[in-house]
Design a binder for this molecule. Structure first.
Ligand code: ADP
Ligand code: MG
Length: 858
């Protein structure tokens, strides 16, 4: 084995013995890269392997010990693919999973693939001509490798050149920021607070926004409120005291031949000797007015002979932290971008770039920081957004394939059995429910683990579909677990499951279905743990309580997660890990536009329940002006008189915030004392303890309150069929999805329900979102509209924990781009799912970097 690999192996073993605490090397494993990379090159290790090692180890410290174990195992496996002699030795470094489930296809491909052509030092990056084929005077191991590998499809030349260039860039980009002039340990520490540790981080630290100072204007044509850059010569500089000498102001008059302009700086006396009469300066900022004359207050400025960086252009504005100024950071950014952005290697294959009409990565990184024009900025953002979606999509597709690569237990049921089950339900399933159930039934009998999302509007009846899925698995002798985000919801599901599965004609008994929430008594908890372990309990329904370590199952095969967006990746994974490759069903009531569903949930199969149960009266929605509030109150009173209940929802808890919105706590006083002194009102808000919230909610459900005054905490799936009015105050402050979710709390019974929307200000009654609410009851239609009005950002965030936070650019671009990226990713995935073809080597590394440490996305 080559000495560099031997060294690696030693450290990996040591690290394994140290339980992956990143202590095998003082300062962490990444430290070894400083010298290892050079040694490995000297050993003739292929660039692909070197880069794999570099990219994994660089992120090593950021991941959890479990992830680290996986990472090192995976890495060693990868090294073993290219250097079989390395792959065999250390037993503990062998990836266990892969031993159990070899991926024959992948291994075969790897063997056929010739190692990437090792180029000599790139001389001159401009050389686009074909380079001479590598000569066999390179180091021994290299040569042997190449002779062994059948050269079926040599890598295209141009890519090989890029590959060589690449071999230099990443190392440099991972250099610490202290290599920059003006960045010492102190500044580096501050920058680290912004997540910036390396030059590469800097490239991807995008501006928060921009000021467009690119519009130069002669002084004569300036107007009040203009945001401009003015070029002029300093005519005079005066400092004068103000506020009785406590402060001072510097007034500089500049002229440009068409007129003169006064600029002022308050309390910055040191500036006075920076301005010299006769100097040409450029100032950028907003034109203000003072005593009837146009002035500029504290504009950005710089002498004109230096290349304009802070003025006279579209200026990037970065998020800052203490001890770092905008100007300083911009200056540092500029040196990093100018030097490194053009040198960055573009991992995206030329073919894809051309097909998707994208600018190069270097151009994109340059322009996103220091745009030459709005048009080039737009192209830059498109390119960067494309990358995010592209890698995301590659990741979810791989996830899906991995998921399908293991076996799932089969749970077949006969038509007769299913028909009998359906016959015992208190209602007939809608066509959409039947289709979803059929999808689930097929999944359960496919031999692969189900990984399905059921998407359906509030009240569309997802619970019964989940219950029947569980029933199929129970009938096959296994167990099911259902996890809901709140104990109220868990309890609601519990009662539903009992009704649906353990009622007349049901196949289960009540004691086989149990509720496990935070305040379940200790003795009941113990009984549940026992029953789950010995298999006498078949279904457990609960909150986070079901993923506690001491909850163990005899044979968990079906896992349901309700309101999936409320759970983190780890929690979902934890529940799943309580069984062996169990079937997974996740449910969400947040409709995602179809055009985005495949991007956001690309790793899941999707069933949509887009039909409401029969007999459901559509909710009538009205937008009222604030002055019409009395009408709303009267309507509520009428409904309560009929024995129904009402919600009044507020965007805020109290009026501590500046925003002029009515607040729950304050209005609760007025409502209960003045408006409805004769009715029973409950109050619910986010500052209450979970137990208090539950209590109020339960009292409302049990009709102890006529009206529930609340903030948005009632949002999630609670079913109170007796409530028929929903009044939403400050409605213009809510997003469409949220309004729709809130509205879904009513209209769950057979009585006609009403939703009343009152915006904060009268002119907001024309608000497009509110009007849309009044026009349709369909969550999918509203989601499509929301996408048009606000762009994809909101929806891409739906997955939350997992990866959405890394989508910096995609969320502000448009759906067309997202679809384009997805199509390209899909096409590529079909051609080369492992990215093992040599022309995709760079892409494989970039992909790795994008995903490292992010883990499971389900
Ligand atoms: P969600 O999709 O919001 O979770 P639920 O499963 O809570 O909806 O169902 C809402 C209500 O509709 C429940 O009271 C449930 O019993 C009822 N329901 C579900 N399916 C049907 C159906 N096919 N016909 C009539 N009522 C139904
Ligand atoms: Mg539900």
């Amino acid at each position: 084995m080559q000495p560099s690999l031997e060294k690696l192996r030693k450290f990996f073993r040591l690290e394994h013995e140290n339980k992956y605490q990143n202590t095998a090397i003082i300062g962490g494993l990444a430290k070894m890269l400083d010298y290892w990379e050079g040694e490995a090159r000297a050993d003739g290790i292929t660039e692909e392997v070197i880069q794999a090692v570099v990219s994994r180890l660089r992120s090593y410290e950021k991941i959890s010990p479990d992830g680290r174990a996986e990472s090192l195992k995976g890495l060693w496996k990868r090294i073993g693919d290219t250097y079989p002699e390395a792959g065999q030795k250390p037993k503990q470094a062998q990836p266990q999973q892969t031993q159990q489930q070899p991926r024959p296809q992948q291994q075969q491909q790897r063997q056929q693939t010739p190692p990437p052509v090792q180029e000599e030092k790139p001389e001159g990056q401009q050389s686009q001509q074909p380079r001479p084929a590598p000569q066999p005077q390179q180091s021994q191991p290299q040569q042997q490798q190449r002779q062994q590998a059948p050269r079926q499809n040599p890598p295209p030349r141009s890519e090989a050149v890029v590959g060589a260039k690449h071999s230099q860039t990443p190392a440099a980009l991972s250099a610490a920021l202290t290599v920059l002039q003006g960045v010492g340990p102190r500044n580096a520490e501050s920058l680290e607070k912004l997540g910036l540790q390396t030059l590469g981080d800097m490239l991807y630290y995008f501006p928060r926004r921009y000021e467009d100072y690119s519009q130069l204007k002669p002084i004569q044509s300036l107007m009040y409120n203009d945001v401009v850059t003015v070029l002029g010569t300093v005519q005079s500089v005066h400092t004068r005291p103000i506020r009785g000498g406590k402060s001072s102001v510097i007034e500089v008059i500049i002229g440009d031949g068409t007129g003169s302009l006064r600029i002022s700086y308050f309390n910055q006396p040191w500036l006075s000797n920076r301005f010299k009469e006769g100097d040409a300066i450029s100032v950028s900022g907003k034109i203000d007015q003072y005593l009837g004359r146009l002035v500029m207050n504290s504009p950005d400025w710089e002498p004109v002979e230096v290349e304009n960086l802070h003025t006279n252009r579209i200026v990037p504005i970065y998020s800052l932290t203490e001890r770092i100024t905008q100007k300083w950071l911009r200056g540092q950014m500029n040196s990093v971008i100018t030097y490194w952005a053009p040198a960055v290697v573009d991992a995206l294959p030329e073919t894809i770039r051309r097909a998707a009409q994208l600018v190069s990565l270097g151009e994109a990184l340059t322009q996103v920081h220091f745009p030459d024009s709005q048009a080039r900025l737009k192209l830059a953002r498109e390119r960067l957004g494309f990358d995010e979606i592209f890698y995301l999509q590659m990741g979810v597709m791989r996830q899906k394939r991995d998921w399908k690569s293991v076996d799932g237990r089969r749970f077949p049921v006969s038509d007769e059995w299913l028909v009998a089950r359906l016959g015992t339900l208190p209602f007939t399933l809608t066509s959409a429910q039947l289709t979803s159930l059929d999808d689930i039934r097929k999944d359960l009998d496919s031999g692969k683990p189900m990984n399905r999302l059921v998407q359906g509007d509030v009240g569309s009846g997802k619970t019964v579909v989940a219950a029947l899925g569980a029933n199929i698995v129970i009938s096959g002798g296994a167990q099911a677990a259902i996890m809901a985000p709140t104990s109220i919801l868990a309890e609601q599901h519990y009662r539903n499951f009992i009704n649906l599965l353990a009622g007349d004609g049901g196949t289960m008994s009540q004691s086989e279905i149990r509720l496990l929430v935070g305040n379940t008594t200790e003795s009941e908890k113990e009984a549940i743990r026992q029953g789950l372990q010995d298999g006498s309990i078949k279904i457990v329904i609960g909150t986070h309580a079901v993923i506690e370590p001491d909850v163990l199952f005899k044979d968990l095969q079906f896992v349901v997660i309700d309101e999936q967006h409320r759970f983190g990746v780890e929690q979902r994974a934890e529940l799943r890990s309580k069984g062996t490759n169990p079937h997974l069903l996740v449910m969400t009531a947040t409709p995602i536009p179809r055009s985005l569903a495949l991007t956001v949930f690309g790793d899941l199969d999707i069933s949509v329940i887009d039909v409401m149960p029969e007999g459901r009266q559509p909710i009538t929605t009205f937008v009222l002006r604030p002055q019409e509030r009395e009408r709303a109150y009267t309507l509520i009173r009428g409904q309560v008189k009929n024995g129904n209940q009402a919600f009044i929802v507020y965007p805020l808890i109290d009026e501590s915030e500046k925003i002029d919105a009515r607040a729950a706590v304050d209005d609760f006083e007025t409502l209960s004392k003045q408006v409805y002194p004769d009715l029973k009102l409950g109050l619910l808000h986010g500052r209450m303890k979970p137990a208090e919230k539950d209590e109020v909610m339960l009292k409302f459900r049990d009709k102890e309150f006529d009206i529930l005054v609340s903030t948005t905490v009632i949002e999630v799936g609670v079913d109170v069929p007796n409530s028929t009015v929903m009044l939403i105050e400050g409605a213009d402050r809510f997003g469409l999805a949220q309004l729709h979710q809130l509205r879904g709390r009513v209209g769950r019974g057979s009585v006609q329900s009403t939703c009343l929307l009152i915006p904060t200000r009268e002119d907001a009654t024309e608000n497009e979102r509110l009007q849309a609410m009044a026009t349709t009851n369909s969550g999918f239609e509203l989601a499509d509209l929301d996408l048009k009005l606000r762009g994809p950002g909101e929806f891409l965030g739906t997955r939350q924990a997992g990866y959405a936070t890394t989508l910096k650019m995609a969320s502000i671009t448009d759906v067309k781009l997202i679809e384009k990226a997805r199509e390209q990713a899909q096409a590529l995935f079909e051609r080369d799912p492992e990215l093992s073809q040599p022309e995709h080597a760079l892409l494989a590394e970039a992909f790795e970097r994008f995903w490292t440490g992010k883990g499971d996305v389900s």
